[in-house]
Design a protein around this ligand. Structure first.
Ligand code: PMP
Length: 417
């Protein structure tokens, strides 16, 4: 068949423009029959692997009984079942949910809820954060200028505090943490006072911003500042959630609890679904009709996929696998990049790993991606300068598949060295 891109918007970056017709586990297949190891998981979405049989079966079964039930009119039983099961894997106190379709929608909703719950107007986000493409989400996003460029002015009442990027500052984590917490305190005195600040929103590990984990001490300090000032803490775990980092939620590993949690991506194995979680008390501040959407919570198929995803994560021990395979992947990445004649940084958690390549050679990272692609490995990059390559295989990935991917990476590095 003669397929072309000519009817598709140019807005998509299209790192791999070949038509993909099939996916299975860690692999996707193009219409020429070529096989690729997918170490992007569609930006951390297909966490149970492509077309996991249990997810496929749940979708098929649900499609035969109920496809949609609008939440203001009826409630699909599967939505109630999923909310109950989700509460069981969320931290104590996060037991009430609003569902929507995309990460951006969850962020918009979380911000609306924070404003209503506190009666305050302003928000603090952190430099390098990515929270989405809708207006408020763009205003909170500073991972890369291209996300905001051409859309200014964006909603006001948003203040950007520094994120503790010790690696880039050339400081220790303690120094970066202290500096950033001090700047935040200063911001609360000089730019947005506590009585007008509804919430701080943070990705515990910057995703699009370069796979940069915040030190746990920074999160703990931030929690303390929020508590002392009556400010809510929204943790955006849209990319880090559902086992991706080797814990169900990365904030658990950092010993900090959010007031509001935003979730999406790995939640539905590819079906569009997202959510906001918080306490029942906080959720009750949202009066009927003050937030909503046609599809959120009502897509019984997305709910069935999310339910099956959670089941697979638990039954197949995928959180543990993310942790174990993450260690293997990190170690192999270090073996490959440490000998290179440039400064590198392997970082992240579980199966959310990034390698920053500090080189002046223009196009080095795109060339590396290209060489990997030619050999059958799809990789994404991220970071302000695009020089961080991310490794985000499905949580089902095996040691053997990691070894295959790393053999390709090794060859690709040699090819461009
Ligand atoms: N928050 C985070 C942390 C994300 O990684 C993303 C997507 N990359 C979003 C929000 C926005 O999600 P979506 O693209 O589904 O709107």
């Amino acid at each position: 068949m003669n397929r072309s891109n000519s009817h598709l918007s140019n807005a998509w970056a299209r790192i791999h423009p070949v038509p993909i017709v099939r996916g299975k586990g860690s692999f996707v297949f193009d219409d020429q029959g070529n096989r690729y190891l997918d170490f992007t998981s569609g930006i951390a979405v297909t966490s149970t692997g492509h077309c996991h049989p249990k997810v496929v079966e749940a979708i098929q079964r649900q499609a035969e009984s109920l496809i949609f039930g609008q939440m203001n009119c009826v409630i699909p039983a599967v939505t109630m079942d999923y909310a109950r099961e989700l509460a069981e894997v969320c931290p104590e106190g996060i037991d009430s949910f609003f569902f929507s379709n995309s990460g951006s929608e969850a962020v918009e909703g979380a911000v609306k809820l924070a404003k209503v719950a506190t009666g305050k107007t302003n928000l603090i986000a952190f430099s390098g954060g990515f929270h989405g493409r809708t207006s408020m989400a763009m205003a909170l996003t500073t991972s890369k200028g291209v996300v905001r460029s051409g859309y200014q002015p964006l909603p006001s009442g948003v203040f950007i505090a520094p994120f503790p990027t010790a690696f880039h500052l050339g400081w220790t984590e303690e120094e970066a943490t202290r500096f950033c917490l001090d700047r935040l305190q200063e911001m609360l005195k000089s730019q947005t006072r506590p009585q007008e600040t509804a919430a701080c929103i943070l990705e515990p590990i910057l995703g699009e911003g370069g796979y940069l984990p915040a030190p746990a001490a920074f999160l703990q300090g931030l929690r303390q500042i929020c508590d002392q000032n009556g400010i809510l803490l929204i943790l955006d775990e849209i990319q880090t959630g559902f086992g991706r980092t080797g814990s169900m939620w990365v904030h658990q590993a950092m010993n900090v609890e959010p007031d509001i949690l935003t979730i999406a991506k790995g939640m539905g194995s590819g079906l569009p679904i997202s959510g906001i979680g918080c306490s029942g008390e906080m959720m009750s501040k949202w009066q009927p009709g003050t937030h909503g959407g046609t599809y959120g919570g009502g897509s019984a198929i997305a709910m069935a996929a999310a339910r099956a995803t959670l089941q697979v994560i638990q039954e197949e021990g995928l959180v543990e696998n993310a942790s174990e395979q993450g260690r293997h992947l990190r170690q192999t990445l270090e073996e490959i990049v440490d000998p290179l004649d440039m400064k590198t940084d392997v970082r992240g958690a579980g199966l959310m790993l990034g390698v920053e390549f500090c080189t002046d050679q223009p196009g080095w990272v795109p060339s590396l991606q290209e060489e990997c692609l030619r050999r059958g490995l799809i990789l994404l990059n991220c970071g302000l300068d695009g020089n961080v390559v991310r490794f985000v295989p499905p949580l089902t990935v095996s040691a053997d598949e990691i070894d295959q991917a790393m053999a390709i990476l090794r060859e690709a590095v040699q090819a461009i060295a």
